[in-house]
Ligand binder design. Structure first.
Ligand code: FAD
Length: 279
């Protein structure tokens, strides 16, 4: 199939981009790695495609006291290269699971959040890290917490005319460690299930734990019931306890529940006992 016809704008300033986005039926083109397919299959029929790739100042990857800020044009590949700090290390661990190299060279972190695919790895990361999504339109700015962002399968809190200008991943608590585990059918497929873990220990027991999963529902989920159960568990038992408890606290049963349980255990092992997970 070919896309339905649309107008195309390639603004060279943020103001121009926001004015174009204010038009009826306008959509953002960032990396194009999801949008172009949706155009071709006519899942989206925009009147105007606003390509933001020439807008300066959207490709920043900046760490400050607030956390790590990722601008709208930060590509998946930029995160694969890693950097200092726990959050950058987690992003570098996850990035190779996002599609494959040519897609990672163009696709963007903010584009993944804007698209809101239920199995997208970055969306699970955003939930685990309590991300803040900063939106900008011709009429103003607003910020949405990661927990309120995902509204369903490829549905988010974004409104027409809004650009996801940047996403901020707040600093993790001192002493936190992180882990990630995923199962996918082929190297380039989306995850069947992926789990992100953040753990803080005190006296060898879990003081705080966050588990978020992609692929289990129409949006990424925080496994809050399991998190609550794991608080106070000894570091040596936490992974196996997550394996045992997770299925009872999911709305899904069968294959996906079994995968989620195993991956929660592995993500926690990566966070706490990396030597247990050899490869
Ligand atoms: C073969 C293949 C395999 C893939 N595998 C995976 C995978 O394993 N895991 C994974 O997570 N993804 C996967 N993807 C998707 C890929 O990661 C995309 O790059 C990503 O989902 C969207 O980012 P993008 O920058 O390409 O967005 P685009 O394709 O440009 O846009 C996607 C949607 O988001 C909107 N949008 C994008 N950026 C913004 C913004 N800043 N503000 C407002 N709206 C915006 C667009 O209007 C559009 O509706 C795969 C894609 C392909 C083609």
């Amino acid at each position: 199939m070919k896309p339905a016809s649309f107008a195309y704008a390639a603004p060279t300033s943020l103001d121009e981009a926001l004015d174009a986005l204010a038009e009826d039926g306008a959509v953002v083109l960032a990396g194009g790695q999801s949008l172009v397919l949706e155009l071709v299959y006519r899942d989206q029929r925009p009147r105007l495609v606003v390509d933001v790739n020439r807008v300066p100042g959207l490709d920043h990857l900046r760490e400050d006291d607030d956390g790590l800020a990722l601008g709208a044009l930060v590509r998946h590949a930029a995160l694969e290269r890693g950097g200092d700090g726990l959050v950058r290390r987690l992003l570098a661990e996850v990035a190779p699971y996002v599609a494959h190299p040519p897609i990672r060279a163009r696709g963007t972190f903010c584009g993944s959040l804007a698209w809101g695919h239920p199995a997208a790895e970055w969306n699970a990361v955003a939930l685990a890290l309590d991300a803040r999504v900063h939106l900008r339109s011709a009429t103003g700015r607003r910020t949405v917490a990661g927990a309120d962002w995902f509204r369903g399968d490829r549905r988010t809190a974004r409104q027409d005319g809004e650009l996801v200008e940047e996403v901020v991943l707040p600093r993790l608590p001192s002493g936190a460690t992180t882990g990630f585990a995923e199962h996918r059918r082929t190297h380039a497929s989306f995850a069947e299930v992926a789990v992100v873990a953040v753990v803080v220990l005190e006296d060898e027991r879990v003081r705080e734990v966050r588990l978020s999963a992609a692929g289990l529902a129409d949006r990424p989920l925080r496994l809050t019931a399991v998190e609550d159960l794991l608080v106070g568990t000894g570091a040596a038992e936490v992974a196996d306890r997550a394996r045992a408890e997770t299925p009872a606290h999911l709305d899904r049963a069968g294959h996906h529940a079994a995968l989620a349980a195993e991956l929660a255990g592995r993500a926690l092992e990566r966070a706490l006992r990396p030597e247990v997970v050899a490869a």
